[in-house]
Design a protein around this ligand. Structure first.
Ligand code: COA
Length: 211
């Protein structure tokens, strides 16, 4: 059986663990700083400080079950984790076109649909019921929340979070490390580091500051 170490133990992690088990992974360790010390039973529960030793001991592959794009990126840098240490988890209940490419560490949740000629980067979350239409390019560390819809030919640069139920019009370009509010309709391009919300979506913050 394939061994898996899960980093993060939130609600998002519950969904990821369900997917992993359905794909015949055995969860050997769960790491989260809510655990104050390491306890070894059939599954190891531990704070993150023990990550490297647990990787060595178990020889498990990794998945980061943390919704924050920034934190996933920081964690990889802090622990110097390589792409080949990660699995790519795609729920059996997702529909993925054969022409899609998906990077390491990415998770695709139940009900997600990813259509033809889409490229999805590393450490991305395609959440429950999200739709990624043909010819999208989704950068590393992005997160498409539940029921977000990215229509044909959209490009989303790295680190961008698309809120639940947001809709992105065809051919739109969204820059890096943006946040799109829940329920937004994105009809124009969005510059990097912008928070945009509403119908139609308008910029409300730039680099965290109100506009
Ligand atoms: C858009 C969003 C990022 C703004 O969060 P924030 O930076 O903390 O900003 P605030 O909550 O201070 O809101 C700023 C303004 O935007 C408005 N606003 C917030 N979210 C909005 C949304 N989804 N749609 C429309 N307007 C929104 C607020 O009412 C407020 O307006 P006001 O200044 O007139 O009172 C956030 O509300 C959001 O929608 N995040 C996505 C959540 C999500 O889908 N998570 C999925 C997890 S799986």
């Amino acid at each position: 059986m394939k061994k898996l170490i899960v980093i993060g133990d939130s609600g998002h992690a519950k969904v990821i663990k369900d997917i992993a088990v359905s794909l015949d992974y055995r969860i050997v360790a769960v790491l989260d700083d809510k655990y104050t010390e390491r306890t070894d039973s059939s599954i190891i529960f531990s704070p993150l400080i023990h990550l490297n030793e647990i990787i060595k001991e178990t020889n498990g592959k990794l998945v980061i079950a943390i919704g924050s794009n920034e934190i996933r990126k920081k964690m990889i840098e802090q622990y110097d984790l390589a792409d080949e240490q990660f699995v790519t988890l795609v729920s059996k209940a997702a529909h993925i076109s054969p022409s899609v490419t998906i990077g390491s560490g990415t998770v695709v949740m139940p009900g997600a649909i990813i259509n033809a000629d889409v490229h999805i980067g590393r450490q991305v979350i395609i959440n429950t019921g999200a739709v990624v239409e043909h010819d999208n390019v989704i950068g590393d560390y992005c997160h498409l929340s539940p029921n977000a819809t990215s229509t044909g030919g959209v490009t989303i640069e790295q680190g961008t979070h698309i809120g639940a139920g947001a809709i992105i019009n065809p051919q739109v370009h969204i820059g890096e490390w943006c946040t799109v509010g829940s329920g937004a309709a994105v009809i124009h391009d969005i510059d990097g580091y912008t928070t945009a919300a509403g119908l139609p979506a308008k910029a409300i913050k730039y680099r965290g500051h109100r506009i």
